[in-house]
Design a protein around this ligand. Sequence first.
Ligand code: PRP
Ligand code: MN
Ligand code: MG
Length: 189
Amino acid sequence: MKLHPLVKEILFTEEQIKERTIEVAKEIKSFYEKNEKEDQSLLVIGLLKGCIPFYQTFCMNFDFLIDMDFMVVSSYLGGTKSTGEPKINLDVNMSVKDRNILIVEDIVESGITLEFVQNYLMNKGAKSVKILTMLDKPTERKVDIKPDWTCYTIPKHFVIGYGLDYQEKLRNLPYVAVCDTDKLADWKW
Ligand code: PRP
Ligand code: MN
Ligand code: MG
């Protein structure tokens, strides 16, 4: 496989991610079978756009009755506005009232997006809101949030691929890689 020139090192291949996701999907299945006996269905909400490849891998390997839905939430952190809470650009379509919800993310960094979405869904009457993330980067955390299930915990790397973008590009790399940040200064698409 020819690597993209911005790739410094592959962290996880497509095969590794799939294998790990299968493991985690089994844990999640037994959790809900054990703890939610009266409702054996889940509303799985993906946070676009980063979640897409992982959401697909997870759902296709999750042997459980699910409804699929999505949200787009933009965080102003790191953007031009430094204050203000995240904003919902696309809301969940289905009713969340009394539902068990699993949020699927590609990566948790500051945790601000997830804290906001979790509170938002609980306030709308969800029965429970749990979090599954492909990657957790706890070094960036700014709020006290801990994903319920994590495929991989990673150090302070700038990562790309498998949904993770640099300037909206490279989401479709079939692996998670460390970005070669030395090349970014004069990088032209
Ligand atoms: C990224 C990532 C997470 C969020 C994590 O999304 O996909 O959703 O940031 O950051 P946080 O823990 O600091 O809130 P982004 O806003 O870049 O949108 P995208 O998913 O469309 O890339
Ligand atoms: Mn995202
Ligand atoms: Mg992004």
